[in-house]
Design a protein around this ligand. Structure first.
Ligand code: GTP
Ligand code: MG
Length: 370
C-alpha cells in the first residue's frame, strides 16, 4: 500500500527523525529513516507527538498528507514525468527545446509556447510525455528533501565531444539517491570530435551500464542541434516508463507538487502545478505548503485556458492567497475553512520553529542578515 517514509513524516511534523524512530520502536515497529510505514501507523505516530491527525483530502493526514493507495480498479495509465540533467553546456536546454518541437499538438496550434516550468508533448501515436523544465540539481535536491518525488525518469545528457564531467557525476548521484531510472542521451553526435563510445565506457566507471555495454540502461545518440534521433529518445523514455507501469487515479480530488511559483504584477501569485493524482478543476479550493487559494483560472504551456488537469499534466494556476515554494505539496480540500485552517496551522508551526531557533541564540545574527 501507499506509504510515507519516516523521514518524510518527521519533516512534516517538524520533528527529528531519531525521535520518530524512537516513537515507532515504542510501538513495536522497527524502521530506519528511509523506510516506509503505512498510513495507520503514521497516524498513530502523529498523535503520539501530540499533533491532531486531521484528515485533509479524502483520507490524508493533515501533517503527513499520508495518502493511501487508490483502489487498483481506479488506476489508469499516466504520462511519465521526465527531468533533464547533465553537465553545464552539454545541451539540456537545447534538447528540451528540440523535444518540445516534436509536440504534434502545439504544432497544430501554431507553436506559440510560453514558459511555465513544465510542459507535456503529445507524440504522433497519441502518447504523452511530461518534461520538467526547471530543476537544476539544487532544485531537484530541494524538492526531494521536502518529500516531493515528481520525476519518474531522469534524462542524463552527456555531450559526446566532452564526456563525463563533474556535474554529470553529480546528476548520476542525485538520480541514484532518488532511485529514479536514468535514460542516457549522448548529445552533440553531429560534432566531428564526437566519441559516443568513450561516453559509454566512462559511464561504466559510474555504475551505469548501457545496453551497448551489456547493461540495461537505455541510451540514445542524439543531436539537439540537428534534431537527430529525438523520436528514438522519446521511444526510450516511453519504453522505460512502460517498465515503471505508471498509474494514477484521475477520479478523485487533485494532489500535486509546486514546480515553480512567482508573484506577477496584475495577476497575483501564480504557480506551475504538476498534478500527481486526481483531477484539478477551476473553482477547487486548495492548500499548497503554507498557502491556500481557490483555482481562479488554469493555463497550459500553450497559453490556453483549460478547465481541468489530470495526472501528470502541468498547469499554471491562478488564485493563490500567497506565493508557495517550489517543491510544496498541493492538495485540494473540501472548503475554504479547511484550507485556511491547514495553512494557518502550518504558518504557526513555522513561526514556532523559527522562535525556537532564535531562542537558542546562535543563529540570531545570521537571521538578522538573512
Ligand atoms: P546550461 O544551461 O548552461 O547548463 O547549458 P545546457 O546544458 O542547457 O546547454 P545548452 O542547450 O545551452 O547548449 C550549450 C551549447 O551547446 C549551445 O551553444 C548549443 O548550441 C550547443 N549544442 C547543444 N546541443 C548541441 C548539439 O546537438 N550539437 C552541437 N553541435 N551543439 C549543440
Ligand atoms: Mg540550459
Amino acid at each position: 500500500p501507499e506509504t510515507v517514509t519516516v523521514q518524510e513524516l518527521a519533516n512534516r511534523m517538524a520533528e527529528r527523525g531519531a525521535n520518530v524512530i524512537k516513537a515507532l520502536m515504542k510501538m513495536g515497529v522497527m524502521a530506519t529513516i528511509t523506510q516506509s510505514i503505512d498510513a495507520d501507523t503514521a497516524e498513530l505516530v502523529v498523535e503520539e507527538f501530540g499533533h491532531k491527525a486531521k484528515r485533509v483530502a479524502d483520507s490524508d493526514i493533515e501533517i503527513g498528507l499520508v495518502a493511501p493507495q487508490d483502489d487498483a480498479d481506479k488506476l489508469t495509465s499516466r504520462a511519465p514525468v521526465v527531468t533533464v540533467m547533465g553537465h553545464v553546456d552539454h545541451g539540456k536546454t537545447s534538447l528540451l527545446d528540440a523535444l518540445r518541437q516534436t509536440d504534434v499538438v502545439s504544432g497544430e496550434a501554431g507553436g506559440i509556447t510560453q514558459h511555465i516550468g513544465a510542459y507535456q508533448v503529445t507524440r504522433p501515436s497519441g502518447q504523452k510525455i511530461t518534461f520538467i523544465d526547471t530543476p537544476g540539481h539544487a532544485a531537484f535536491t530541494a524538492m526531494r528533501a521536502r518529500g516531493a518525488k515528481v520525476t519518474d525518469i531522469v534524462i542524463l545528457v552527456v555531450a559526446a565531444d566532452d564526456g563525463i564531467m563533474p556535474q554529470t557525476v553529480e546528476a548520476i548521484r542525485h538520480a541514484k539517491a532518488a532511485e529514479v531510472p536514468i535514460v542516457v542521451a549522448v548529445n552533440k553526435i553531429d560534432k566531428p570530435d564526437a566519441d559516443p563510445n568513450r561516453v559509454r565506457t566512462e559511464l561504466l566507471n559510474h555504475d551505469i551500464q548501457v545496453e551497448e555495454m551489456g547493461g540495461e540502461v537505455l541510451s540514445v545518440e542524439v543531436s539537439a542541434k540537428q534534431k537527430l534521433n529525438l523520436d528514438k529518445l522519446e521511444e526510450a523514455i516511453l519504453l522505460q516508463s512502460e517498465l515503471l507501469d505508471l498509474k494514477a487515479n484521475p477520479e478523485r480530488s487533485a494532489e500535486g507538487t509546486v514546480i515553480e511559483a512567482k508573484m506577477e504584477k496584475g495577476r497575483g501569485s501564480i504557480a506551475t502545478i504538476l498534478v500527481t493524482r486526481g483531477t484539478l478543476r477551476v473553482g477547487d479550493v486548495f492548500v499548497a505548503g503554507k498557502e491556500w487559494g481557490r483555482v481562479r483560472a488554469m493555463v497550459d504551456e500553450r497559453g490556453q485556458r483549460i478547465d481541468e488537469a489530470g495526472p501528470a499534466v502541468p498547469v499554471e494556476v491562478l488564485g493563490f492567497a500567497g506565493t508557495p515554494d517550489a517543491g510544496d505539496d498541493f492538495v485540494v480540500v473540501e472548503d475554504e475553512a479547511r484550507a485556511r485552517e491547514v495553512a494557518e496551522y502550518r504558518q504557526r508551526k513555522e513561526r514556532e520553529a523559527l522562535a525556537v531557533k532564535s531562542a537558542r541564540g546562535g543563529s540570531s545574527m545570521e537571521q538578522l542578515f538573512a
